[in-house]
Design a protein around this ligand. Structure first.
Ligand code: HEC
Length: 448
């Protein structure tokens, strides 16, 4: 960890990192290595999210790219396989758009019962300007054969141990959509290493798992790619299931579009406001259909008022919104905001549970106290990471830190499943050590 980073602690425990540089910005560290950093609620006040505040999701480690070696290979069911250097890609017509990018697991920490994975609150999302070229132009140059109906995408990242490589596929229809880009730039600057330098996919309206970073290889296929991150991870139940029930993979379908969602940036949950006028504000977005309205309630959902939309109106970017509120009485009030998109989709009050914690978009509830003075919410507890026994350190901390483990709140069966997955990925847990390891995990990181 760079010594130039300063650590603070957030209300819900994760570390806050203050990145060095001109723009003061904060990210919550969910996992320091691999890099999983969350945007704070402050981020929902800017129309474009500065790169320094933009969340980062990384399955394995951020690769160092040698540009002398780097090239994008396009093969499979194409007439002419191609290997293109960055200069070759720059010769295609430019394309640019603003789009939200959201992790499929954003909001995962709100699912009850809890599920394994990055414990995102609301900030596994951001809104940026992406510039590059159209993927369709490159695919047309290679010539997609008529049998090609999926496109495999792989990046330069390499998994530790025996973890499966992060490889995804995209239906060819979405790949050929004029808004699907191969981007070199984010907010007018070359991509940073954490965001996929030199080239990443931009798949507007779809969850971040399709936005493959450090792209090196595209293969046109006649079937969905047959790997862990398509066939096991990033799948959603076709039919609702009772909370806590595992779902047979045959009853699931890949995560594609993101859902309509709005987040209240201010006031903060647990804060105190006065009887004077308060501005309630935040950001709202949806998948392929733009947000057309945001309704706000200040009385626990009994009545709703349309908020004023701000920021620019684009197909895939988020809108900022605000509503002035003058409380009528002292006491406790619950503020809610609900986004609706052009297709008429809106946010639910209760969400169907899914075992991987994907696509959370329940209407947020922010409780404030109306009084005579203003006060910020009380700061929460720090994430207490207990000392790990040596055997657990040896089995569990070679690839990532204790933060990856300590953020979870899992039941015994869920920890057993998680440990088995890590053993498959290369953890050296000896059979005799397993019971004590599971006991340690359940006793410290059990259900909330
Ligand atoms: C061979 C390397 C390796 C070892 C050893 C390892 N892990 Fe992991 N683990 C990973 C990687 C890589 C990730 C991130 C996966 C991702 O983001 O998709 C991860 C993620 C996790 C997560 C987050 C949930 C998930 O499944 O993504 C938990 C919890 C976890 N590990 C627990 C453990 C425990 C407990 C042990 C010891 C039994 C362990 N890990 C040992 C590589 C390892």
């Amino acid at each position: 960890m760079s010594t130039r980073r300063k650590f603070l602690f957030s209300a819900l425990g994760a570390c806050l990192v203050q990145l060095s540089g001109e723009t003061p910005s904060k990210l919550l560290i969910r996992s320091a290595r691999p890099e999983d950093f969350e945007m704070t609620l402050e981020g929902f006040s800017s129309w474009l999210t500065p790169v320094e505040s933009f969340f980062t999701r990384t399955h394995s480690y951020t690769p160092t790219i040698d540009m002398a070696q780097w090239g994008l290979r396009i093969d499979g069911l194409v007439d002419t396989p191609l290997t293109l250097k960055l200069d070759d890609l720059h010769k295609f017509p430019r394309a640019e758009l603003v789009s939200v990018m959201q992790c499929a697991g954003n909001g995962r920490s709100f699912f009850q019962p809890g599920v394994a994975g990055m414990q995102w609150e609301r900030g596994g999302v951001g809104n940026a300007r992406w510039s590059g070229i159209r993927l369709a132009d490159v695919l047309k140059k290679a010539g997609v054969k008529s049998a090609g109906n999926q496109m495999m995408m792989d990046g330069a990242d390499e998994p530790p141990g025996t973890m499966p490589d992060f490889v995804r596929s995209l239906p060819i229809k979405k790949a050929l959509h004029p808004d699907t880009l191969l981007a070199f730039q984010m907010n007018g600057e070359p991509l940073t290493a954490s965001h996929g330098f030199p080239l990443r996919l931009v798949v507007p309206g779809w969850a971040g798992d399709s936005w493959v970073k450090w792209l090196t290889h595209i293969e046109v296929l006649d079937h969905e790619y047959d790997g862990f991150f398509m066939k096991t991870a990033y799948r959603h139940p076709i039919h609702p299931v009772p909370p806590g029930t595992p779902v047979d993979l045959s009853q699931t379908t890949p995560v594609t579009q993101i859902n309509p969602e709005s987040v209240i940036a201010s006031p903060l949950h647990g804060s105190r406001v006065t009887m004077d006028r308060t501005t309630i504000r935040g950001a709202a977005w949806s998948g392929e259909s733009p947000v057309t309205r945001v309704d706000v309630s200040t009385d626990s959902g009994r009545s709703w008022k349309a908020a004023a939309l701000g920021g620019q109106a684009t197909q895939y970017g988020w809108r900022l919104w605000q509503l002035a509120w003058t409380p009528k009485e002292r006491g406790s009030a619950v503020i809610m905001a609900r986004a609706t998109d052009r297709a008429g989709q809106t946010q639910p009050l209760v969400q169907d549970w899914n075992a991987s914690g994907y696509l959370w978009n329940v209407v947020q509830q922010v409780r404030v106290e109306v009084g005579d003075t203003v006060a910020a919410p009380p700061s929460g507890a720090e994430l207490n990471i207990p000392e790990f026994p040596d055997a657990v350190k040896a089995s569990c901390l070679p690839c990532h830190g204790a933060d990856m483990v300590a953020g979870q709140h899992l039941s015994r069966p869920q920890w057993e499943k998680e440990v088995d997955k890590m053993i498959r990925w290369g953890s050296s847990v000896k059979p005799g050590e397993r019971p004590a390891l599971i006991d340690f995990l359940v006793s410290h990181f059990g259900p909330r």
